[in-house]
Design a binder for this molecule. Structure first.
Ligand code: AKB
Length: 316
């Protein structure tokens, strides 16, 4: 029998695409999707689905037992902007769910965990350009504090209990199938919807706010690559930097204008500007390249092509 996988938070931006990709790789019946509520039709109909609250240990443990799960991908989380509005809930969701899966691995009920960290672990005192793997980390957001704390616990559970937990610091992720929710990097997805629907966009970050970003397909490839890498290649058990591309709202607007010449953008920065200002502009991901062969495929121009091409079919 093949590897059996449980995805917590399968209906979100990353989870929904990750589920379909993992089903292609491991077989539909071997990938159990779960979330607090039902998701899109293709996700529900292509394989098993369970309603699970990621904050509930018994619900996770029950599904692991029922489906004889080997690996858990914990994708449920409150992102940076939403977490600022609801700090206590963000902390509970982001930390409780992680402790549940770490403890399930410690108890021998699962063999491997994927847990996403984020560029939000860095803060205003971190070097902003080509941010190194090991550097000053003083996150100033609730989300960033939860991710940095999570990284420390992952490393601790690996060192103390041998828990095989693997993690990536995702940059902003761009995709056209499921919209993101509650992040600071969400503008880089919204802008494509608005470019097609209205030919204009009001950006909640300023024109020069450079952030590390990545097209979803690259992020999924990285996620599967780190999970499939031999154990001895995973030398960092907190979380790996993952860079991809780096651009500003002005850069992506210019790229869109190559396809939609009358597209216009204006800027009305809100509270998310302070979050963006505290994060790196670009990331050094050489350790991911060296340890498990990571390399991204999509640049800004290729990503823009794919986003506009696919969204214009969906939004007509
Ligand atoms: C966010 O903007 O909160 C996320 C992230 C960078 O982790 N996309």
């Amino acid at each position: 029998m093949g590897t059996k996988i449980l995805i917590l938070g399968a209906c979100g931006q990353i989870g929904s695409e990750l589920t379909l990709k993992l089903r292609k790789v491991y077989g539909n019946d071997n990938v159990v999707a779960s979330d607090i509520r039902e998701g899109k039709e293709d996700l529900m109909s292509s394989g098993p689905f369970e309603i699970i609250n990621a904050m509930n240990y018994d619900e996770i443990a029950g599904a692991i037992d029922k489906h004889q799960i080997d690996e858990v991908y914990l994708m449920a989380a409150l992102l940076s902007a939403t977490a600022e509005k609801n700090p206590a809930f963000a902390w509970s969701l982001n930390m409780d769910s992680l402790f549940h899966v770490l403890n399930l691995a410690k108890e021998g009920k699962i063999k491997k965990i994927f847990w996403p960290s984020s560029i939000a672990v860095f803060g205003p005192t971190t070097p902003r350009f080509n941010t190194p793997q090991y550097t000053v980390m003083e996150p100033s957001t609730v989300y960033g504090i939860s991710k940095q704390t999570g990284e420390r616990w992952c490393e601790y559970y690996f060192n103390k209990f041998g828990v095989d937990v693997r993690s990536i610091r995702y940059p902003g992720l761009i995709s056209w199938t499921t919209p993101p929710g509650g992040g600071t990097t969400d503008y880089a997805v919204d802008i494509f919807y608005k470019a097609i629907e209205d030919k204009k966009y009001t950006c909640f970050l300023s024109e020069k706010s450079a952030l590390p970003m990545m097209y979803m397909e690259d992020a999924l490839d990285a996620t599967i690559a780190i999970m499939q890498a031999p154990k001895e290649n995973i030398k960092i058990r907190s979380s790996y930097n993952l860079g991809g591309i780096s651009f500003t709202p002005e850069d992506v607007a210019a790229e869109i204008q190559k396809h939609i010449p009358d597209f216009t953008i204006d800027y009305e920065p809100d509270f998310r500007q302070a979050i963006a200002d505290s994060w790196p502009a670009s990331i050094d991901d050489s350790r991911a390249q060296e340890d498990w062969g990571w390399n991204h495929k999509y640049d800004l121009s290729e990503m823009t092509n794919v986003m506009l091409e696919n969204l214009s079919k969906v939004l007509v």
